[in-house]
Design a binder for this molecule. Structure first.
Ligand code: PMP
Length: 344
């Protein structure tokens, strides 16, 4: 007899099919309709669940992964968390090589999800045997039958979004979407989603978001890698200091750069006005929406979908921490008086 209880058999069944939420407050001054595709609704709280599941299941289909196999990646961020989550359910060993710059909170989070974490010195160059890239490569070679996710150079990253995020947005907007706005890190989200949407309607404008201190925008415009574009910045997951092959630059129409400071304030604004507790890059994406709107990119017929990649809970010691904001010079006394509602 069929079990009458309505339940998912495990958390992996909850990956994808994230909601579109209308942005009622932050976009009031712009013409058109604005919706957030909120990826925090994935069980691992970010869009990276999609790529972890797709890459791992493709390796299973090809017979590369067997019970107890090892999965390796170099990340302390969302991708690491998602790979660890999928590995638990499917019974794989997950090894993450991370930089010693990663916060203890992040490392603890990955360990809580059952990952084996190798902390590698941050100050060494990428080709040093102690770097997290080299450690991951070595572990991959040493562990027969292991896979190295390598998200910046893995086409399956892009394909995950081509197969899931793109079709979901097309269906949710009933084909009315006119503009897609998304952050670019590996570029998997923006280019996979864009490739699907442009196949349905080539008129859809795909507007990327990049960070000051990253090479992506300049590379898109000139096809040249300009070392001078690179300098340190705060937003994690946005932009890059190399050209990821997971990005299909041909399906992206434009890029807009956003600052650490404005993105941080925008994330806080979204939380306080829309009631959506979003991550730092959601603030960056929304800041780009604002800048595109100020340039007159949208009109009253625009149906704009902006991807919010993750959840604010991952940023409690940064964007949502007044002390951190102050230490970055992002919070003046005046702003604090407006934003703060805590009274001692
Ligand atoms: N936001 C966050 C928080 C991320 O971790 C990432 C992934 N690096 C992105 C945005 C960008 O997504 P993608 O790598 O698919 O370009």
């Amino acid at each position: 007899m069929e079990n009458p209880i309505q339940a998912y058999s495990n958390v992996l069944q909850l990956i994808g099919n994230t909601p579109l939420v209308e942005l009622n407050k932050t976009c009031l001054d712009f013409p058109g309709q604005f919706y957030a595709k909120w990826e925090a609704f994935n069980p691992g709280h970010s869009a990276k669940d999609r790529i972890a599941l797709h890459i791992i299941e493709e390796a299973e289909r090809k017979g590369i992964l067997k019970e107890g196999s090892t999965i390796i990646e170099t990340t302390s961020g969302n991708t690491g968390f998602s790979i660890a989550m999928v590995s638990i359910i499917k019974g794989y060993r997950c090894i993450l090589a991370v930089s010693s710059k990663s916060s203890p909170d992040k490392i603890d989070m990955l360990k809580s999800m059952g990952a084996e974490v190798h902390v590698c010195p941050a100050h060494v160059s990428a080709d040093d045997p102690r770097s997290y890239y080299e450690v991951a490569k070595r572990l991959h070679q040493e562990n027969e039958g292991s896979i190295y996710i390598n998200q910046y150079f893995n086409q399956l990253n892009t394909e995950a979004h081509y197969r899931s995020t793109g079709p979901e947005i097309w269906e949710q907007t009933k084909g009315q979407i006119t503009h897609l706005i998304a952050c670019s890190g590996t570029g998997g989200t923006i280019s996979g989603t864009a490739r699907f949407l442009k196949e349905q309607n080539p008129e859809i404008q795909v507007l990327g978001v990049d960070a000051y201190g990253s090479v992506l925008k300049k590379f898109h415009e000139t096809k040249e890698f300009d070392q001078n574009e690179i300098y340190p910045y705060r937003i994690e997951g946005l932009g890059k200091n190399l050209i990821p092959t997971a990005t299909d630059f041909d399906v992206i129409d434009r890029y807009m750069k956003v600052t650490d400071e404005e993105s941080a304030h925008m994330a806080r604004t979204i939380s306080r006005t829309e009631g959506m507790f979003v991550g730092y890059t959601s603030g960056a994406a929304m800041q780009a929406v604002k800048q595109y709107a100020e340039e007159g990119v949208f009109d009253q017929n625009s149906v704009v979908v902006v991807i919010f990649p993750d959840h604010g809970s991952r940023y409690m010691s940064k964007v949502y921490n007044d002390e951190w904001m102050r230490s970055q010079g992002f919070l003046t006394e005046k702003e604090e008086a407006v934003e703060s509602s805590i009274h001692y």
